[in-house]
Ligand binder design. Structure first.
Ligand code: UD1
Length: 429
């Protein structure tokens, strides 16, 4: 199993290219199930989750061709996927596959919308909490599908097609909103979605669906209206930049010190996180190439942050911010409101010398003078990367085990950081 070795204490200087967003790529690939024509996606990141979803879609009969690199292109350019669901051969998504990646449960909506039936394994729990799918099922049920739970599978049937309806989410859910939009795109009549998630990835998927011939308005607001159409076409769409990768490297520079251009990053995708960084004393400068982040040795000020749905501070940057605040001058508080139990990084950060107290959903972080390197591991993607951030400023060597979590969501992480001066390398085997 690969590990990553980091020796802390180096500044970061140079440019880090930001990849396409994982959390947009996955639903965009799934949206290909809605049409028998080819969907071409550009700027797709090379991630383990993308490869796994290729496998899962392949099981339904979807053909995916990965475009080759053109001359002069480097790995900094994302991949181009040509995805064709001309013939769906199987409407079942089995447990062995869905349990490996939760977002694959989202195939339920396009399969039932286009094929009139779908049988998708319940995803089960995961390292960051129970993560139910009741609201995704509710959305499909509202559009007229008959739902049955059978042997751990959700079986959805709508032999005469789905019908537009009003869907009011009692809680904001990204997966629920993706599900409602994809199902409504091919339903008869109009669907109104209230209390929708406003995440930029929802807007990106809606933009792509509209290029495919869907009629979706209001994506990016709480109120989305979808006029169903009988058929969707192929289209070409470039995935938006990854705001979580952007925020992660911004915090890495804040931790290590230095001056970095995050190329292709878009400030409006993570304004809340950039505001928090500015409060800590980091210099944040939007440029026409991306965002520049700089810290020249000044102390970090502590923060009070609560995670919440977009446009507020994202739960997917909570662990990284906590790592940063272990070195702040003073006491910070971070409240996690989205996922219970998303604090596995706390014990591991403590191994590096961090002082963190947990009380329910609230963490109190007392900044320390110096962290010290140690062997660590984490059981979730964002938690793992928080350990990398801490290690960049820790004295001596840190070994991060179970690197496959990082490979799920961060493209060539060690290469991007090493190019900017970090002492970081992958140890294979
Ligand atoms: C997505 C992101 C994930 C991010 C999360 C919150 C992808 C692939 N994943 O996950 O990285 O951390 O949004 O921004 O885009 N809930 C229910 N019932 C449901 C569904 C959700 O109670 O049926 C609850 C969840 O337990 C959680 C909250 O709603 O407390 C938000 O979850 P949700 O937005 O659905 O997260 P995901 O879409 O799974």
């Amino acid at each position: 199993m690969d590990r990553i070795r980091i020796v802390g204490g180096r500044n970061l200087n140079g440019t880090i290219p930001i990849s396409g967003a994982k959390n947009a790529t996955l639903p965009l690939m799934i949206a290909s199930l809605l049409t028998d024509q080819t969907l071409i996606l550009d700027n797709v990141p090379r991630l383990a989750d993308v490869s796994l979803l290729q496998l899962i879609l392949g099981n339904h009969g979807v053909d995916i061709m990965v475009g080759g690199k053109r001359s002069g292109e480097t790995a900094d350019h994302g991949q181009t996927l040509h995805i064709s669901a001309a013939r769906i051969v199987d409407t079942t998504a089995p447990y062995e596959l869905v349990s490996k990646m939760r977002a694959s449960f989202w195939v339920l909506a396009p399969l039932v919308a286009r094929m009139g039936e779908a049988r998708v394994s319940m995803p089960g729990g995961c390292a960051i909490g129970t993560r139910p799918v009741d609201l995704l099922i509710m959305a499909i049920e509202r559009l007229g599908a008959k739902i049955e739970i059978d042997g751990g599978y959700v079986v959805a049937r709508a032999p005469h097609g789905l019908k537009g309806a009003e869907i009011v989410f009692p809680k904001i859910t990204v997966g629920g909103t993706h599900t409602a939009i994809m199902a409504a795109a091919l339903a008869q009549g109009t669907t109104v979605i209230d209390n929708a998630a406003r995440e930029p990835e929802i807007v990106d998927v809606a933009d792509c669906l509209n290029k495919m011939g869907a009629r979706i308005s209001g994506a990016g607001t709480r109120h989305i209206v979808v006029e169903g159409v009988a058929k969707l076409n192929g289209a070409r769409h470039a995935v938006l930049p990854d705001r979580i990768e952007t925020g992660t490297y911004a915090m890495a520079v804040a931790m290590a010190g230095g001056d970095i251009l995050l190329r292709n990053a878009r400030p409006e995708l993570l304004q809340a996180a950039l505001d928090v960084l500015k409060h800590t004393g980091v210099t944040v400068t939007p440029t026409n190439q991306g965002i520049r982040i700089a810290r020249n040795g000044a102390e970090l000020a502590p923060v009070e942050v609560t995670t919440a749905p977009f446009p507020d501070f994202p739960t997917d940057l909570q662990a990284q911010l906590m790592a940063l605040m272990t070195r702040a001058r003073g006491v910070s508080h971070i409240v996690e409101t989205i996922f219970e139990n998303r604090f596995m990084h706390v014990q591991e950060l403590a191994r590096l010398g961090a002082r963190i107290q947990l009380e329910g959903e609230r963490a109190t972080i007392e900044g320390v003078e110096q962290l010290k390197g140690a062997p660590v591991m984490a059981t979730d993607l964002r938690a793992s990367v928080s350990l990398v951030i801490a290690a960049l400023a820790a004295e001596g060597e840190t070994i991060v085990n179970r690197v496959y979590h990082l490979d799920r969501g961060f493209e060539r992480l060690e290469e991007k950081l090493a190019r900017c001066g970090a002492a970081i390398e992958r140890l294979s085997g």
